[in-house]
Design a protein around this ligand. Structure first.
Ligand code: NAP
Ligand code: F7E
Length: 373
């Protein structure tokens, strides 16, 4: 076989190559690609780890030293024993430096963050330190110790903030509306800057909201699916929500981690929007979840007095609570994923109704398991 050979798009399918070519990094070493995922205990980290393991990667993951019981998502996917875990904290430069210098992985996915926008006003310094300076610590370490490592930065639609165009694409100017978004914008610009200045293969995925049964319970979709699932099982509680007019472009997380991986397989690093191209209000997401649970809702009132009742029982299941309003809101997000489709062949396929159904069913089933336990 001639050398150099072409690496298949689906990773290093070593079993299809002659044995002498499998010995890539020294005698007896298989040519599995290596990846490090910061934030491997989070929603995206867990799905990305699963995807990369399926592709034959050796997957390293960063976990915070004081958060060892947060391996729940990896356990739910049945992969907790297959990810090589390392103590890793984006706040600690020495720690970041030592881990990355020693591993020198092929691909680094920077998914770790204080990711809850609502908390970022009350913990602005911490949010900026993790989300902005944390990315700087990783980029500078890679530049010094492993410049050939391909780098993915978890950028976000929140950077568009009070939007300057509809829909939002890679060309839309940023206008961040929270400490979270401002920190992510800094990390984004720094990633572009390291790519331009030092030739690093560093890409940003500007991802619109993506959800799943592994989503944190504080985010609105999962708050709705988990609370309504308990109500459908007989709970008398009420789902208390903030701004129900806010609109988001909600997709399904496992599809989005595939897009991250595709970005790092390109010859040239670049930035891409991943989105569905459709937008839905929080109120309509409530109705989708209720529908999936077989619950018809009657909406009445407006503003602070708006409620949704279970049409069958009259029980109030949703109400407005100003405690969940934000100091500044991002009212309308809708992404234009045309570039990702053309360049990466990536497309979201799960619409918001299907997404709500997946989440509602998973929460309904796990509620039953908890009641049975
Ligand atoms: P997530 O579930 O909140 O996960 C965040 C991860 O970051 C967790 O593993 C967390 O660890 C870790 N982390 C927090 N602080 C850290 C620190 N100081 N050092 C190291 N790790 C730390 O978030 P996600 O939804 O998977 O999102 C992944 C990334 O994409 C985030 O950067 C987020 O900002 C960004 N993003 C998300 C969306 C979305 O819709 N999901 C959209 C655009 C961008 P613990 O388990 O210890 O808390
Ligand atoms: O809020 C409104 C809230 O917290 C969505 C993160 O992954 O996606 C996520 O950020 C909307 C907002 O997500 C409640 O005001 C109403 O307008 O689910 P969320 P988010 O802020 O969009 C982006 C792309 C990221 O990058 C982030 O990391 O829903 N809303 N009532 C509520 N939100 C919450 N959390 N709770 C409520 O009761």
């Amino acid at each position: 076989m001639p050398f150099p050979y072409t690496v298949p798009q689906d990773g290093y399918a070593t079993e299809r190559l002659p044995f002498h070519i499998q010995l890539g990094r020294g005698i007896g070493t298989k040519m599995n690609k290596t990846a490090f995922i910061s934030g491997v205990t989070g929603q995206d980290g867990a799905y990305l780890a699963q995807l990369l393991l399926e592709k034959g990667y050796v997957v390293h993951g960063g976990v915070r030293a004081n958060a060892q019981d947060s391996l729940d998502r990896l356990s739910r996917l049945g992969i907790q024993d297959r990810v090589k875990l390392h103590n890793f904290d984006l706040l600690d430069m020495n720690n970041v430096f030592r881990v990355l210098r020693d591993l020198r992985v092929d691909e680094f996915y920077n998914l770790a963050a204080q990711s809850f926008v609502g908390a970022s006003w009350d913990s602005a310094m911490n949010t900026l330190d993790i989300n902005a300076m944390g990315a700087a610590r990783v980029l500078d370490t890679l530049r010094t110790t492993s410049p050939e490592t391909r780098f993915y930065q978890a950028s976000t639609s929140e950077m568009f903030g009070a939007v300057r165009a509809v829909p939002q694409s890679e060309l839309t100017p940023f206008n961040p509306r929270s400490p979270y978004a401002a920190g992510k914008a800094m990390a984004h610009y720094l990633t572009v800057n390291y790519r331009d200045s030092f030739g690093m293969h560093a890409s940003c995925g500007i991802l619109f909201n993506h959800e799943s049964p592994l989503r944190g319970l504080q985010f609105v979709t999962r708050k709705i699916s988990s609370t309504l699932a308990r109500i459908a099982r007989g709970s008398a509680e009420v789902c208390r929500l903030g701004n129900m007019d806010a609109r988001r472009d909600w997709g399904y997380a496992p599809e989005y981690v595939e897009g991250m991986w595709r970005m790092l397989q390109q010859d040239r690093a670049d930035d891409y929007v991943l989105a569905t191209g459709a937008t839905t209000t929080v109120r309509d997401f409530v109705s989708c979840v209720a529908g999936a649970l077989g619950m018809r809702l009657d909406w009445e009132g407006e503003g602070l007095t708006e409620v949704a009742r279970n049409a069958a029982t009259g029980q109030v299941v949703v109400c407005v609570d100003p405690a969940f309003f934000r100091p500044a809101e991002v009212d309308l997000l809708i992404g234009d994923p045309a570039k990702a489709k053309a360049a990466l062949g990536w497309q979201a396929t799960t619409d918001v109704t299907a997404l709500a159904t997946i989440m509602a069913r998973a929460d309904y089933d796990s509620t039953a398991n908890r009641l049975a336990a």
